[in-house]
Design a protein around this ligand. Structure first.
Ligand code: NAD
Ligand code: TYD
Length: 340
């Protein structure tokens, strides 16, 4: 018996990477749950990620903005809970256009919280990030640690979280929060480290590394991350608050690039150290005791996950090639500067 089983869910931002994988998990494991996806279809949103569900009973897609109160209210009144993946998500882009991040990640989250309060939802799950803790050079962040975000992305995510916690404290919003670490796997837009490295290496392009590839992250496979969100959504007590999600294993950018090149059989001379990201956080690491106590553990180790992901990108060029055109290369040129 689950702690809760919301029958009708509004899932915002599910045309993106993690959200579309989450819908896939739900459709398989909880086919009776009625799903409404709300997604603005920004450059990172892609209907191809959800194409297999189109026309299925109990599934519908609505294109719209989480900042649009009218649209959000009209959908929120027909569901029992909201899971919010919708966000501007890329640190490098947040350094170019912070306001877009503040609008969606802070205000958009507030609009969803308000609708959940108005329609007395059973549950509101906010998909947050370990980046809200900021850089941690030693030890591991615990859920009650203070937020010290250092990029416009992580500050906006922290802002959205603060609003949600304020709604929980002030209005009794039935809030749960997940703080996942860096996630990788199929359907990830090729701007984050792993899909940039994989798709560039497939095409024999340079693999750009900031900070000589010394910064470390805890890379969690997307299916593991989605199982953790599902578990928190259905099994966590509302007093549980936030749950870190990660594997406890760290990899540097250089280690990831080396592994990608080995898997694809490409020369390591493709690695290029570029000008470092401003304010680059050199390490995130989370303590996952709390989610482990709920019964979660990651099952895909990094080497296997990277192999699966490399295979997927090799077999789905029709998915990512159209994304790497026009606006993408303009962004790319603006973002990466050779070291002189
Ligand atoms: P993504 O960039 O792939 O997808 C984001 C989705 O949100 C897109 O479909 C986009 O169209 C949609 N969106 C953006 N602004 C919107 C708006 N105003 N209204 C409606 N939809 C909008 O992101 P992702 O990597 O799948 O991340 C999903 C969530 O998980 C985010 O909240 C992110 O902060 C969090 N997260 C991501 C990672 C990671 O490594 N990718 C790790 C931890 C947490
Ligand atoms: P990224 O995938 O952008 O995620 P995060 O939100 O954690 O910054 O970056 C992961 C790490 O890889 C981070 O240390 C920055 C580094 N990185 C590169 O070295 N080169 C790249 O092209 C990208 C996108 C990231």
């Amino acid at each position: 018996m689950s702690v809760r089983s919301p029958r009708r869910l509004l899932i915002a931002g599910a045309a993106g990477f993690i959200g579309s994988n989450f819908v896939r998990l739900l459709r398989t494991t909880r086919p009776d749950v009625e799903i409404t996806v709300l997604d603005k279809l920004t450059y990172a949103g892609n209907l191809a990620n959800l194409a297999e569900f189109e026309g299925q009973p109990g599934y519908r897609f609505v294109q719209g903005d989480i900042c649009d109160e009218k649209v959000v209210r009209s959908l929120a009144k027909e569901v029992d809970g909201i899971v919010n993946f919708a966000a501007e998500t890329h640190v490098d882009r947040s350094l170019m256009d912070p306001f877009n991040f503040i609008e969606t990640d802070v205000r958009g989250t507030a609009v969803l919280c308000e609708a959940a309060r108005e329609f007395r939802h059973e549950v509101f799950l906010l998909v947050s990030t370990d980046e809200v803790y900021g850089e941690v050079m030693e030890g591991r962040s615990k859920e009650d640690d203070p937020f010290r975000p250092r990029s416009p992305y992580s500050a906006s995510k922290a802002g959205g979280e603060h609003i949600a916690h304020a709604y929980a404290a002030s209005f009794g919003l039935p809030l749960l929060v997940t703080r996942g670490s860096n996630t990788y796997g199929p359907y990830q837009y090729p701007e984050k480290l792993i899909p940039v490295l994989l798709t560039n290496a497939i095409d024999d392009l340079r693999l750009p590394l900031y900070g000589e590839g010394r910064a470390v992250r805890d890379y969690v496979y997307v299916e593991d991350h989605c199982r953790a969100i599902d578990l928190v959504l259905h099994e966590a007590p509302l007093s549980g608050g936030a749950y870190n999600i990660g594997t406890g294993r760290e990899s540097s950018g250089r280690q990831v690039a080396d592994a990608v090149l080995d898997i694809l059989g490409k020369p390591h001379s493709l690695i290029e150290y570029v000008v470092d990201r401003p304010g680059h956080d050199y390490r995130y690491a989370v303590d996952v005791t709390r989610v482990t106590q709920l019964g979660w553990e990651p099952v895909v180790d990094f080497r296997d996950g990277l192999l699966k992901t490399a295979d997927w990108y090799r077999e789905h060029e029709e998915w990512w090639r159209p994304l790497k055109s026009g606006e993408y290369w303009e962004y790319y040129k603006k973002n990466y500067k050779p070291k002189i």
